[in-house]
Write a protein that binds this ligand. Sequence first.
Ligand code: ATP
Ligand code: MG
Ligand code: MG
Ligand code: MG
Length: 505
Amino acid sequence: MDSGSIRRKFLEFFEKKGHTIVPSAPLVLKNDPTLLFTNSGMVQFKDFFLGNATPKSSRIADTQKCLRVSGKHNDLEEVGIDTYHHTMFEMLGNWSFGDYFKKEALAWAWELLTEEYKLPKDRLYVSVFGGDKDDNLPFDQEAFDIWKSFVSEDRIILGNKKDNFWEMADLGPCGPCSEIHVDLRSEEERKKIPGKDLVNNDHPQVIEIWNNVFMEFERYWNPEKGGAGELVKFDLEYKGDDKKVARERLRSKLTLLKPLPNKNVDTGMGFERLCMAIQNKTSNYDTDVFTPLLDFISQTSGIKYKADEKTDIAMRVIADHVRAVAFAIADGQLPSNTGAGYVIRRILRRAVRYGFTFLNFKEPFIYKLVPVLANQLRDVFTELKAQEDYVGKVIFEEEASFLRTLEKGLKRMEGLQAITGEQAFELYDTYGFPLDLTSLIARERGFSVDEEGFRVEMEKQKSRSKAAAAKETGDWVIIGDDVKSEFIGYDHLEAEVKITKYRKL
Ligand code: ATP
Ligand code: MG
Ligand code: MG
Ligand code: MG
């Protein structure tokens, strides 16, 4: 089954179960100050879960473009090194807003995977929340009992709070999760170690594919305890190494759980991982989601994929990163020097440098992948096809500009045994090396970077340039109130992209 059919089947399956299919929200968030990028399917529905808005339908399904490169979910350093974490990926999801609950959600998940996609049952493991005594969170008996009707007990794993309990914040809706994992190892390997022992253990072929979150509780301040004030005091004053654990313990003492009157289901399945399982591959990059990109990279560089670990990683990184960068730009986030724009610039510069060092790409190259990607996804994410030329041009310019200094910067790093804060800052300021890139290269060469020292230098620079009148905020220039300006039009106006231009008078 090709990836297009796999995606379609998911949406059709849930449509038949009464779900309304909605489009993906953009990757870039402008109305949520807590997040730079959409990092899961539920983000666009947050207001429904918080009770601030009512959904049009109580059953919704979609495929959501996600980016996990900052904040709570940051997979950047894994990408390309492993074969199942991406920067940008699609999360297939189905939701119930006060409608169906665990019984239907788990039964449908099982039906879809084993009957529609025909994944072998003896390769699947499921997990349920095992409870947490310190935090007074109960074992999810209900999910356990439901799973028992589909799988034998030795395929059910009792998970901890980190893997199997979801919450958005200190307070508010929360609840247990139940995940589905797949074991893609050879029969021989499976005989040696039971798959159950490898679940949630970073094994590249025993991987999580689907997370089912059951929002059934609400956490609220215990009126008899200290409340917010005590937690704020803790955040400001506590200096111990175990801050995270101690904070959890304190919060648990200050809060209580009550059942939510309207229970919700929020699920997320990694599309690329699902394709790997269905297509019987052992790497996401061997599925048809990535092979067109990898083939192109391989042909253009004249280097075979799977010939050498170093060039393989470089190829995977580029195939991955072009997706993140292209979709971010198509959704309105141009590379820039601050905020979300800088995250995109950093990702692109990493890709450029992998190509330069390992694949001999000395000229802009990544922009050439945009048409490959746009054509591949032309029916699913029309925004990329519609802006193909524009996105390609932005990437070309970025590549060309970084390639002007990359080689000199790399030369500057030669012969160094360690990188001081000043040197890291010089690489950043003069050669355009983001700190994470300098650290990555340093790691490859087995030495370290004084990241703290870099930050000190950065602060010095900031105070030097504070006086600037125009404040760069990412995609557009906000001119200070005291400066007169005249609107001179939109640079570009398509889909979600609006770049407003003002001229100083
Ligand atoms: P993992 O433990 O593998 O990092 P996760 O528990 O962080 O995954 P969830 O937040 O539960 O992931 O997201 C739901 C699903 O999205 C996962 O089950 C997985 O299939 C997929 N997924 C998560 N992160 C990535 C990623 N970086 N690249 C591709 N798919 C991902
Ligand atoms: Mg993760
Ligand atoms: Mg996980
Ligand atoms: Mg998970």
